[in-house]
Design a protein around this ligand. Structure first.
Ligand SMILES: Cc1cc2nc3c(=O)[nH]c(=O)nc-3n(C[C@H](O)[C@H](O)[C@H](O)COP(=O)(O)O)c2cc1C
Length: 286
C-alpha cells in the first residue's frame, strides 16, 4: 500500500470536486495511479473478488483515442477519468465501490480531486473507450485532476441540491443491538473513529443509506443498507456502491488505528421491522 499520511485526515478532507485546474497531473502522480491499479492486492475486495479500475487520460474531455467522454458539462477541466468495471450483482457492486473508494482516499492524500459519478455521465461514450468482457458494465467513474477552489455555478448548484454539506446524525444511522435503539458516541467503544468515517463518507445523492447495528458485546458491527425507494433507475443498484464506500472507510480507519478485525457474512437473526428496504450486507468481527 502506498498510503503515507493519515488516511483518517484524508477521509475528512475529501469532497466531490467537479471543477479542476487546467494544469496536467504530474507524471509522478500518474505513475502512482498506474502502479496502484496494476497491483491485484489493491483491487481485491473483502468478498475475495478482484475488481477492475481503468485510467483514461483526457485533454479537453477528449481521450488519447480521440473519443469525447461526456459528463453533460458537469465536470470542468478533468485531466483523466478512473473507470470502475464490474458485474451487475450485489456483492460485485459493493466490491467495486470498496476498491474505488480506497484509491480515491489515496488520491486525496496526493492532492488530486475526485467526484464519484454513477449517473451524470454518458455511459456509452465510456463504453467505447474501454473493452468490456461479457457480463461486465461500468457502475461508476470519477474524473481526476487538481481541484480549483473557485467552483463552477453548476458545481455549487449540484452541491446545494444534494445537500452535500449535511450528514445524518449518529442516532439516525448507528444502533445498539437493534434498529430503533440509537448507539451513542460515548458507548461506541474503540470503534468511534471508524464509525465516524462511515458517517462522513460520500453517497449517491448524499442519501447515506448505511445503517450499522453493533452487537451487545461490541464484537460485531453489522452493516445494513436502507434502500431509498425508487432510486434504482440506472439499471443497477447504485446504492450498493455506497455500501462499498462505507466498508472501505471503516476498514481504512481500523487499519490506521491498529484495530484488528475481519469482514464476515454472519447475518444476525435480529427482529427487524418488516421493511422491504432494509437489507443485510456484511459484518465486521473483532
Ligand atoms: C455512488 C455515487 C454516485 C454519485 N453519482 C453522482 C453523479 O452522477 N453526479 C454527480 O454530480 N455527483 C454524484 N455523486 C456525488 C454525491 O452527490 C456526493 O458524494 C454527495 O453529495 C456528498 O458530497 P461530497 O462528496 O462533497 O461529500 C455520487 C456519489 C456516489 C457515492
Amino acid at each position: 500500500m502506498i498510503f503515507e499520511k493519515s488516511l483518517i485526515e484524508s477521509m475528512k478532507k475529501r469532497y466531490s470536486v467537479r471543477t479542476f485546474d487546467e494544469k496536467n497531473i504530474t507524471d509522478a502522480h500518474f505513475d502512482k495511479i498506474l502502479t496502484y491499479i496494476s497491483d491485484e492486492q489493491n483491487l481485491t475486495d473483502p468478498f475475495g473478488k478482484t475488481n477492475k479500475i481503468e485510467l483514461v487520460k483526457v485533454t479537453k474531455n477528449v481521450s488519447d483515442k480521440g473519443l469525447k467522454l461526456g459528463t453533460y458539462g458537469i465536470i470542468k477541466n478533468p485531466r483523466g477519468y478512473l473507470i470502475g468495471i464490474t458485474k451487475n450483482d450485489k456483492y460485485s457492486i459493493v466490491g467495486s465501490g470498496y476498491t474505488l473508494q480506497k484509491l480515491i482516499i489515496l488520491l486525496t492524500e496526493l492532492g488530486i480531486g475526485t467526484c464519484w459519478m454513477g449517473g451524470t455521465f454518458s455511459r456509452s461514450s465510456f463504453e467505447k473507450e474501454i473493452e468490456l468482457n461479457e457480463g461486465e458494465f461500468i457502475p461508476c467513474i470519477t474524473p481526476i485532476g487538481y481541484p480549483l477552489d473557485n467552483k463552477s455555478f453548476i458545481d455549487k448548484t449540484l452541491r446545494f441540491l444534494a445537500k452535500s454539506d449535511n450528514r445524518k446524525s449518529w442516532d439516525q444511522i448507528f444502533f445498539d443491538a437493534q434498529l430503533g435503539k440509537p448507539l451513542s458516541k460515548s458507548d461506541s467503544g474503540l470503534l468511534e473513529a471508524p464509525l465516524e468515517m462511515v458517517r462522513i463518507g460520500p453517497s449517491a445523492s448524499n442519501k447515506q443509506p448505511w445503517r450499522i447495528i453493533v452487537s451487545e458485546d461490541r464484537t460485531l458491527y453489522h452493516f445494513y443498507i436502507e434502500h431509498t425507494p425508487n432510486y434504482n433507475r440506472m439499471g443497477y443498484d447504485m446504492q450498493m456502491l455506497d455500501m462499498g464506500i462505507a466498508i472501505a472507510q471503516f476498514e481504512l480507519a481500523c487499519n490506521e488505528l491498529n484495530l484488528k478485525g475481519d469482514w464476515v457474512l454472519e447475518e444476525p437473526m435480529l427482529d427487524l421491522p418488516a421493511s422491504p428496504h432494509t437489507e443485510y450486507i456484511v459484518s465486521w468481527k473483532i
